[in-house]
Design a protein around this ligand. Structure first.
Ligand code: HEC
Length: 261
């Protein structure tokens, strides 16, 4: 099963990780991509062997964890601590929330449309006002496919983990921070642009048994926002791009010398 890669930021606030929420901590999450056949495809025993051969890592781990032998638990702890430092909070929108910048007319219109119940109606899932994470952290089926019964979902998402019919076809509600940088979109990467995503919410919603009751515009295929309104939402979404975060030296590859960022 192939899924779209989720970006790494603000993970310290997530109670469940992966599109289907199958693990409860960053430490646990780290164990999976290493052994996944379509990712690093290597056993943890092999990883431990390789890391223990490195004088560089031996001395670093000794310094921090006071150990002579590095095992997978310690590796996952070190990586998890690093991942927790990936905090994105320097976008234009963050400055606006702090009263240090302001949205232009189009961005402001987009913000209002997203948070207006009779218009975009995005707020209950991708909260952008009181909750700066830009997600409610819940799992939901936002109506991507026309499906008659729960057996029809190609990817069962949360339902495959909880084994409950009501969870079939539900996926993590992704944060909309840095969304302009993380195409393609949705758990299966089916949309290549934000224009396609907005078009889907406007006219492409489909019925299925577990569709979120908050997708109430499904009876008219979507929120029917005009192209201008969709453009305004995209303009607002772009204010959540955090260029300070993505160009931080601390988060770049430490083994590449003389890099220009
Ligand atoms: C009922 C909850 C809900 C509402 C309302 C909702 N979304 Fe979503 N949104 C989701 C879920 C769940 C996904 C991931 C779905 C999947 O991949 O199966 C998603 C995915 C997205 C993505 C792709 C994110 C990524 O990283 O791939 C964007 C962009 C997006 N939504 C924007 C919006 C906008 C804009 C609105 C309002 C017009 C909106 N959403 C309304 C639940 C919702």
């Amino acid at each position: 099963m192939n899924r779209n890669t989720l970006p790494l930021f603000n993970l310290a606030w997530y109670k469940k990780l992966f599109w289907d929420g199958r693990v409860n901590s960053i430490e646990e999450q780290i164990f999976e991509p290493v052994k996944a056949h379509n990712e690093l495809n290597v056993s943890w025993i092999e990883v431990e062997k390789r890391i223990n051969k490195s004088a560089f890592y031996k001395s670093k781990f000794k310094q921090v964890f006071e150990v002579n032998k590095i095992d997978s638990n310690i590796i996952s702890k070190a990586l998890a601590q690093f991942l927790r430092t990936l905090i994105s909070n320097h976008s234009k929108f963050d400055k606006v929330l702090q009263g240090k910048d302001y949205l232009n007319k189009e961005e402001q219109e987009g913000f209002v449309l997203m948070n207006e119940q009779t218009k975009g109606y995005c707020l209950h899932c991708h909260s952008t006002d009181a909750n700066a994470l830009a997600t409610s952290l819940e799992f939901s089926n936002n109506g991507l496919d026309e499906i008659k019964n729960t057996k029809g979902f190609k990817d069962k998402g949360l339902g495959a983990i909880t084994k409950k019919d009501v969870d079939v076809g539900k996926f993590k509600i992704p944060s909309l921070r840095n969304i302009a940088l993380t195409a393609p979109y949705m758990h299966d990467g089916r949309f290549n642009t934000l224009e396609e995503v907005l078009d889907f919410y406007a006219t492409g919603l489909k019925h299925s048994p577990t569709i979120d009751s908050k997708m109430e515009f499904v009876h008219q295929q979507g929120n029917r926002l005009s192209k201008e309104e969709q453009k305004a939402i995209i303009a607002f979404l772009k204010t959540m791009t955090d260029s300070v975060f993505i160009s931080k030296k601390e988060f770049s590859n430490p083994f590449i010398k003389n890099k220009k960022i």
